[in-house]
Design a protein around this ligand. Structure first.
Ligand code: G3P
Ligand code: MG
Length: 225
């Protein structure tokens, strides 16, 4: 079972920051999950919410700020909001990366940036899984390339997304731990999908996930493993 740090290592250091990602790496994760939005000047930035209030000292929509303006804002803990480019540079292929497309129209800029990095750095296609709750973004991605692994994110039971996973030729299904059963894991795996479950934050749930033979857990606490 692979261990992925959620939003870096969100339970240990401020989520979706370079510092959190480095903490995940320090805990020997196999991969990291991060969330991306597009800002007003077009760059992809790594932040979970579409608004700034919960995690930063800013206010309003991420999409209404240029990158230069976002760089004046810090997280509540005093860290910078990183760009996807900065995250790629820091990790440089040292672990896998699950890029979760959050904001609208993030699929194609993400695709372009990842492909540029693959050409000139240690990153390879195999390192990436691109996921989203917004399945239309995954279809947009698939229209342009089949080189990236696609992860179908859902808030619901795995069964609900099996048809869309089929149409997307997805690599993996990413359900919440609250909906997961042994039967659901078996069904997905029988149909050829990996199961990447989130957000698995207790040792008990980690052990249960392992006993169900899930392929990966995404956790805020990679130090628990
Ligand atoms: O990708 C798994 C998980 O991150 C999905 O939910 O809201 O934490 O982005 P959320
Ligand atoms: Mg996420």
């Amino acid at each position: 079972m692979k261990i992925y740090g959620h939003r870096g290592a969100a339970g240990l250091v401020a989520e979706n920051t370079i510092e959190s990602i480095l903490e995940a790496l320090n805990n020997n994760v196999k991969g990291v999950e991060i969330d991306v939005h597009c800002c007003k000047s077009g760059e992809l930035v790594v932040i979970h919410d579409e608004t700034l209030e919960r995690t930063t000292n800013g206010t309003g929509l991420v999409s209404e700020y240029t990158l230069q303006e976002l760089k004046q804002i810090t997280t509540i803990e005093g860290y910078k909001i990183p760009t996807l480019q900065e995250v790629l540079e820091v990790i440089d292929g040292r672990c896998e990366l699950n890029v979760e497309l959050k904001g609208i129209h993030t699929a194609l800029p993400t695709l372009k940036l990842l492909e540029e990095q693959i050409l000139k750095t240690n990153w390879e296609y195999k390192h990436f899984i691109i996921s989203s709750f917004d399945h239309s973004q995954l279809f947009e991605l698939k229209e342009h390339t089949s080189k990236f692994k696609i992860g179908v994110l859902t808030e619901e039971n795995i069964s609900k997304v099996l048809p869309v996973a089929h149409d997307l030729e997805a690599f993996s299904i990413h359900p919440p731990i609250s909906t997961l059963t042994q039967q659901a894991v078996d069904k997905a795996k029988t149909q050829g999908y990996r199961v990447y479950v989130w957000t698995v934050n207790t040792k008990t749930l980690m052990e249960q996930s392992k006993s169900w033979n899930v392929d990966a857990i995404i956790t805020d606490f990679p130090n628990f493993v």
